[in-house]
Design a protein around this ligand. Structure first.
Ligand SMILES: [Zn+2]
Length: 283
């Protein structure tokens, strides 16, 4: 039997329960880092009030794994896609598999896709081509797209503006790390902005990101852990692995920066997740 925690408005240093319900809009629970203790990780998340976890795929195999997770665990949902850093090794069959998986129960998004010029494992041209495929598939199936972007804000926004000429582009810019201007432009395009552990970092280099946290409109904001990556403060450097329960630490910092209550933030998080990932909760 697990212990019941009394609701409290404070979040502890390790992200204890607040009595509120949260969404982790991006966590890689199929990662090897969770192979040994996934059940405990999910249990800790639930105890902390993290009711909904969205797990994006990063390759055909990973997409298959997250679909299986979504079909096995209540509260877990999948995105299917090939990460820009994995696109260089994707075969035509892999893409066919993504298109098939996209129609499976438990799938609420296409992705993650996007552009990454920081780690250029895949030539940019190939990344652009994969981004285009993902966005078209998302538009065809009327699913939101999960976007990753590092050092390629302009290219990403240009590609999405082009896509928007064909029809609405719904999606989320995950682990947002760009500046206010990019956040505004993305919001104007119809995208949601999801903040991760990097929003809790205090270094000067993250100042533009903090500005984006403060100014992103309520109805465009999402939170995530990007587990097992991006361990938030104050656990950063003390813990190797991030996990969905820690979305509360991101929430606490974002609430402070935006001068909003955790109650308010939790409520808008749930409403936004439900609006964007509109297949959440469907069988
Ligand atoms: Zn990711």
């Amino acid at each position: 039997m697990r212990q019941k925690k009394t609701p409290s408005p404070e979040v502890g240093s390790s992200g204890e329960a607040t009595g509120l319900l949260w969404v982790d809009s991006h966590c890689h629970l199929d990662d090897q880092a969770f192979a040994a203790d996934l059940a405990e990780v999910i249990e800790r998340a639930r105890s902390a009030g993290v009711q909904t976890m969205i797990c994006p795929g990063t390759s055909a195999a990973s997409s298959q794994a997250v679909v299986k997770l979504a079909q096995s665990w209540p509260g877990l949902y999948a995105g299917v896609g090939i990460h820009p850093n994995a696109a260089f090794e994707a075969s035509p069959l892999d893409w066919e598999q993504i298109c098939l998986l996209a129609r499976q129960p438990g799938v609420v998004a296409i992705g993650e896709t996007g552009l990454d010029r920081y780690r250029d494992f895949t030539p940019l041209e190939t990344q652009m081509e994969f981004l285009d495929r993902h966005v078209r598939l998302a538009q065809e199936l009327e699913l939101p797209v999960i976007l990753h972007c590092r050092d390629a804000e302009e290219e990403l926004l240009t590609a999405l503006h082009e896509a928007a000429e064909r029809g609405p582009v719904r999606g989320v810019w995950h682990a947002f790390s760009a500046d206010l201007e990019a956040a505004y432009e993305a919001a104007e395009l119809g995208l949601y902005i999801s903040f991760a552990g990097s929003a809790t970092y205090t270094n000067k280099k993250f100042e533009p990101l903090r500005e984006a946290v403060v100014c992103t409109p309520d109805d465009r904001l999402l939170l995530e852990t990007d587990s097992p990556y991006l361990v938030p403060e104050p656990l950063r450097g003390k813990q190797e692995r991030n996990e969905p329960a820690h979305v509360l630490l991101v929430a606490q910092r974002v609430a402070e920066l935006r001068e909003q209550s955790l109650d308010h933030l939790a409520a808008i998080m749930r409403a936004n997740a439900q609006r964007l990932f509109d297949r959440l909760g469907s069988p």
